[in-house]
Design a protein around this ligand. Structure first.
Ligand SMILES: [Zn+2]
Ligand SMILES: [Zn+2]
Length: 385
């Protein structure tokens, strides 16, 4: 009896929260040089549930500015790629399966045929040969982690992968999210967000050797296989495309002077150079977030270098409509600042790789919700003279 009444109150509380907590509606990013997109999406060409046309309709609904479709071991066709409007380009990608884990290859030619092998070195080299941007996918996934850390023949890694992040939850968290999903799908997916500590630690280690672009990925399938060959479209394409989005920072001359019309090649170039940050926009749109390090003579954003001339300042500003964030700054993997504030403008003391993680409280009725990763940036490289 006590069990049943406790269960009733837990279920009622969850449903009430789902009905009363409103998360922001995501509109198209208004910042002139910033394009917001989602990387790592599956379609029916492999194990996703939707067609390319359905994925594009969902991307429009989620107000994205680009999308990278990456089916397992199968490239997109010319006619699939022709389904994108100029202000919502498709980045042609593939998720390559190897004996060392999965990697994404973005910017591959239409109908690219990968070598018939599972050897990761051969496949990474083949993707490099066609000029692809190669990203290690879900490197700490419980079932398909990346295992070949001896190679450096890749350009980036997924720091946040929705699919891997959700798997870190326990049974009760998953049940809670499933219940919530029916009344507030955006909040349900936000509840499952977790900080990818292993990915950050590995990234910091790799950054000591060379620049590696860090991105967030959706890994959307919109498909859970049920019995009798039936599928459940969970989580749906639209809610999934609203969670973790990569904000690409473009130069003003992109898209022939109109960054809203930047080409897939320009977007890939920016991503590869680390000119981007990740936002868990379902918590609050991170549009316009800024992270820079400035000296007397120059200023650098994510992915760029700055020569150390004896003095420089780190400057971070967050969108004003969000609740009060917690900002952490890391230098060479070591936390140097942790502050609850909307902006930071403070001196740094020397060269290093600087990056930031920003957290917001989970939205909810109690106000006691945990801090949840909201934004992480690619590093600024402050180099010794
Ligand atoms: Zn995968
Ligand atoms: Zn995938």
């Amino acid at each position: 009896m006590i069990f049943l009444s406790t269960l009733f109150f837990v279920v009622a509380g969850t449903l009430l929260e789902g009905l009363l907590v409103k998360l922001p509606i995501l509109s198209k990013c208004g910042d002139a040089n910033e394009r917001v997109g989602v990387i790592h999406v599956h379609t029916r060409a492999s194990d996703g549930s939707g067609t390319v046309a359905e994925v594009m309709a969902a991307a429009e609904k989620a107000n994205l500015s680009f999308i990278a479709i990456t089916d397992h071991n199968v490239a997109m066709t010319e006619s699939d790629l022709a389904l994108d409007p100029p202000d919502l380009p498709i980045i042609s990608g593939v998720e390559v399966g190897t004996n060392a884990g999965h990697f994404l290859a973005l910017g591959i030619p239409p109908s690219w045929v990968q070598p018939k092998t599972t050897d990761d070195r051969t496949l990474l080299a083949a993707a490099r040969a066609v000029g692809a941007f190669r990203i290690l996918a879900h490197p700490f996934h419980p079932h398909t982690p990346w295992t070949d850390w001896k190679t450096s023949d890749f350009d980036g890694m997924e720091i946040w992968n929705e699919d891997a992040a959700w798997r870190q939850n326990n049974f009760f968290d998953l049940m809670d999210a499933l219940l919530l999903y029916g009344v507030n799908n955006q909040l349900a997916l936000v509840r499952l967000a977790s900080t990818p500590e292993e990915n950050f630690a590995k990234w910091d280690q790799l950054l000591q050797q060379r620049p590696v672009a860090g991105i967030c990925a959706a890994d959307t399938h919109a498909r859970i296989r049920l019995a009798f060959g039936k599928d459940w479209r969970f989580p749906g394409y639209v809610p999934s495309l609203e969670v973790a989005r990569e904000h690409v920072l473009l130069p003003p001359d992109a898209g022939n002077g109109n960054p809203a019309l930047a080409s897939p090649a320009e977007l890939i170039d920016a991503l590869k150079n680390g000119h981007s940050y990740c936002g868990l926009d379902s918590l609050y749109p991170a549009d316009g977030f800024s992270f820079r390090i400035s000296s007397a003579s120059s200023s650098s954003g994510p992915g760029d270098s700055l020569h150390w001339t004896g003095a420089a300042r780190i400057q971070i500003s967050t969108p004003s409509g969000a609740s009060l964030p917690l900002i952490k700054v890391f230098r060479d993997g070591r936390e140097i600042t942790e502050e609850q504030t909307r902006s930071i403008d403070e001196p740094i003391t020397g060269p290093g790789r600087y990056r930031a993680e920003v957290f917001l409280r989970q939205p909810g009725l109690t106000g006691l919700r945990r801090w949840t990763l909201w934004v992480f940036t690619n590093p600024v490289y402050v180099t010794a003279q």
